[in-house]
Design a protein around this ligand. Structure first.
Ligand SMILES: Nc1nc2c(ncn2[C@@H]2O[C@H](COP(=O)(O)OP(=O)(O)O)[C@@H](O)[C@H]2O)c(=O)[nH]1
Ligand SMILES: [Mg+2]
Length: 238
């Protein structure tokens, strides 16, 4: 990825809302119309070659849509970073889990304190996740606490996708496309190591809209594998 140029003094800082989709037509139709297009400078959909009409729907609504080449969410992020024209990136899930109303709050907070990153925390202040089961709640909280202990950070939510950050951070934090690590976790660990100015805002996580079995239940093996990826990511960073 090329060096992301910093805007010159007086030049507008642009924001890209980066939206990954894979057969997410139900969520996309319900969530995307709630986004006021004036909130950001660019809405970029990275589609993982959906077969349910997500791609055509997004194109018909006038969004910029890129079909990803390599499979997987991590590849989607990196192909999205390469295509995004914004200086600030917001990672946004159109499945219902990211509350669109938090977009203007994230943008405002980024500008207000000249933060390098702002995380939409599900566990800060009165915020609540409507998607958590007892197990995922305990898992998310414990994982964040362990990460804080190991890397002397103060996150309340190190696993949430929903966040805004300066694109130049990808280079500052030496983040690279690694298929074997969880981008969100790498991002938080490197942010702590490099001691970047990062803050959080409270943001509820609404429930997934398409909550059909195959979408929600990743199965025991799926959860174990997810946990192992995270542990592996931490281990390597130690
Ligand atoms: N482009 C792309 N999007 C994906 C892929 N896998 C999942 N997504 C999308 O990423 C978003 C979050 O996925 P989800 O399965 O809900 O992840 P979770 O909320 O972290 O459990 C949804 O909008 C999915 O459609 C993929 O391989 N490529
Ligand atoms: Mg989700």
């Amino acid at each position: 990825m090329g060096r992301s140029r910093l805007p010159r003094p007086g030049e507008k800082v642009k924001t890209t809302l980066l939206v990954p989709t894979l057969n997410e037509i139900i969520g996309v139709k319900a969530v995307m119309p709630q986004i006021d297009r004036s909130w950001v400078d660019e809405i970029l959909i990275i589609d993982g070659n959906s077969s349910d009409g997500t791609y055509d729907y997004c194109v018909s609504q006038g969004y910029r849509v890129v079909s990803q080449k390599e499979p997987g969410v991590c590849a989607a992020w990196w192909e999205g970073f390469a295509a995004a024209t914004g200086d600030i990136i917001i990672l946004f899930s159109p499945d219902g889990n990211s509350d669109p109303k938090a977009i203007p709050r994230l943008v405002a907070k980024m500008h207000e304190g000249n933060w390098d990153a702002v995380i939409a925390s599900r566990y800060l202040g009165g915020a609540k996740s409507h998607d958590d089961s007892f197990l995922t709640y305990i898992g998310n909280r414990a994982f964040t606490k362990i990460l804080n202990m190991l890397f002397r950070s103060k996150y309340t939510d190190a696993l949430v996708m929903y966040k805004a950050f300066k694109k130049s951070l990808l280079e500052t934090l030496s983040l690279h496309n690694r298929k074997d690590s969880v981008f969100e976790v790498m991002f938080c660990i490197r942010g702590a190591k490099y001691n970047i100015p990062v803050t959080e805002i409270p943001a509820d996580e609404p429930a997934r809209i398409d909550a059909s079995d195959s979408r929600v239940h990743k199965g025991l093996w799926g959860r174990i594998r997810g946990g192992l990826w995270m542990i592996k990511t931490i281990w390597r960073e130690l």
